[in-house]
Design a protein around this ligand. Structure first.
Ligand SMILES: *[C@@H]1O[C@H](CO)[C@@H](O)[C@H](O)[C@H]1NC(C)=O
Ligand SMILES: *[C@@H]1O[C@H](CO)[C@@H](O)[C@H](O)[C@H]1NC(C)=O
Ligand SMILES: *[C@@H]1O[C@H](CO)[C@@H](O)[C@H](O)[C@H]1NC(C)=O
Ligand SMILES: *[C@@H]1O[C@H](CO)[C@@H](O)[C@H](O)[C@H]1NC(C)=O
Length: 391
């Protein structure tokens, strides 16, 4: 990781020096030393440690169980990469826009075995993953649901243990330092698979109990990260699942179950309940563990706003997939994106969704810019300046 990460260390030192050094001593600090301090402070290039599911999976499941996910076949990936890139989009994911925007290029998945580059972090996100321990990985036919939240934290701890002190053969630089662990940004998106695979499939589920359980998995995972040294943690809330074309095309809700934008009210109520619980959890952690920054990335608001006011985002078909087949939502379970019958729309930038759940490259770009500009981050969090404010 970067050698210039020592930003936070120098600022307090400088401040102390200004407060306690007699003026004449201060004058003896040479211009050269001042310059050295300045160079050390900038730029802030924190590594990223990413935990999540398909919305952030950059090839983890494809590395673990190749050839079992539609994301590994065309037309996935083709509009940006010109080939499949084991990502659930026609191009880049939100996380790709974040790492490209920081000048890191792409951050590799944890399991990438050839030519992996973890200089700027590691991505543990695994398609189909749940916050719950249980997964739906089954018997080898599908790579979905491989590594739950708890397993991804185990993987991070193992990575950290072996990487501290490890040098790439031929290089002086360590690939991970204790400082990287402290300065790193820990980004997490979990929960949608819990609700889709478990809650929504059980006609009798209790929203309160389910949200409580899901959030308690979040809390355990966040505390484990904190104990490993994480001090800048960004947790994403749930997108409005009741607006996902995969949900709408599957359920085909009658008008009375839809809101004025065509989204399924009951699912979005569940999402709002979860998001309130999550927001409260982060408030609680801010009070209990103030040495860390506990930040909410409210991407839900961005997505909801785009669905409600599509033209502001250059979007024409907010609830329709670009890749798929048939109907109001261009989504049918039997001919989903990646299957033989599915077709691709003419202009993906006119859509929000690429398939039933995942976003097109252009919309991920919008989301990535929000993150990089510190929009919808609560409290304020500018990743490019995060070294200076961390403790
Ligand atoms: C989840 O798995 C972890 C590790 O195996 C275990 O410690 C924990 O108790 C499990 N949680 C539940 C609710 O089963
Ligand atoms: C494996 O699991 C899949 C999905 O659950 C199922 O359709 C398939 O029949 C199973 N195959 C075997 C050999 O058990
Ligand atoms: C849901 O609850 C009803 C009434 O208690 C019960 O008859 C039914 O079996 C339950 N369904 C499931 C899937 O648990
Ligand atoms: C594809 O379309 C044909 C013709 O409409 C239909 O017979 C077939 O079942 C479809 N295949 C799938 C996988 O949906």
């Amino acid at each position: 990781m970067t050698r210039t990460m020592a930003c936070s260390k120098f600022q307090p030192l400088l401040l102390l020096a200004l407060l306690f050094c007699p003026l004449n001593l201060m004058a003896e600090t040479t211009a050269k030393e001042q310059r050295h301090i300045y160079v050390k402070q900038s730029p802030c290039r924190p590594p990223l440690f990413v935990f999540g599911a398909s919305l952030l999976d950059v090839g983890e499941n494809a590395a673990a169980m190749p050839g079992r996910s539609v994301s590994e076949f065309p037309p996935y990936g083709v509009h940006y990469f010109g080939r499949t890139a084991a990502r659930f989009s026609n191009g880049r994911l939100l996380i790709d826009f974040i790492t490209q925007g920081l000048g890191y290029g792409f951050v590799d998945p944890f399991l990438k075995s050839l030519g992996s580059n973890f200089k700027h972090g590691v991505n543990f996100a695994s398609s189909g993953a749940t916050a719950r321990n249980s997964t739906i990985s089954g018997n080898g036919t599908s790579s979905l649901g491989l590594f739950s939240l708890n397993v991804q934290i185990d993987q991070f701890i193992e990575f950290k243990r072996s990487a501290l002190g490890f040098k790439d053969p031929g290089y002086e630089e360590k690939i991970l330092t204790e400082e990287d662990v402290l300065e790193g940004v820990y980004l997490m998106e979990f929960g949608h698979n819990d609700y889709i695979n478990y809650a929504f499939r059980d006609p009798n589920y209790s929203a309160d109990i389910f949200a409580y359980e899901t959030i308690s998995y979040f809390k355990k995972a966040l505390l484990r990260l904190y104990n490993e040294g994480a001090r800048k943690v960004v947790v994403m809330n749930l997108m409005p699942l009741g607006c996902a074309p995969g949900v709408l095309g599957y359920i085909k809700p009658p008008k009375e179950l839809q809101d004025e934008y065509g989204c399924l009210i009951s699912y979005n109520n569940m999402v709002n309940l979860h998001n309130n619980h999550l927001s409260n959890l982060l408030k609680e952690l801010r009070l209990e563990l103030p040495r860390a920054e506990w930040v909410l990335f409210d991407w839900h608001s961005v997505i909801e706003n785009a669905i409600r006011h599509p033209t502001r985002y250059g979007v024409r078909y907010p609830l329709k997939t670009c890749c798929g087949e048939v109907g109001e939502y261009n989504f049918e379970w039997t001919s989903q994106c990646g299957s033989l019958n599915a077709t691709v729309c003419e202009d993906p930038t006119r859509h929000i969704f690429w398939d039933g759940l995942h976003f097109v490259d252009s919309f991920n770009n919008i989301l990535g810019n929000k993150f990089l500009q510190g929009k919808n981050l609560i409290p304020k969090f500018l990743i490019k300046e995060s070294c200076k404010i961390s403790k």
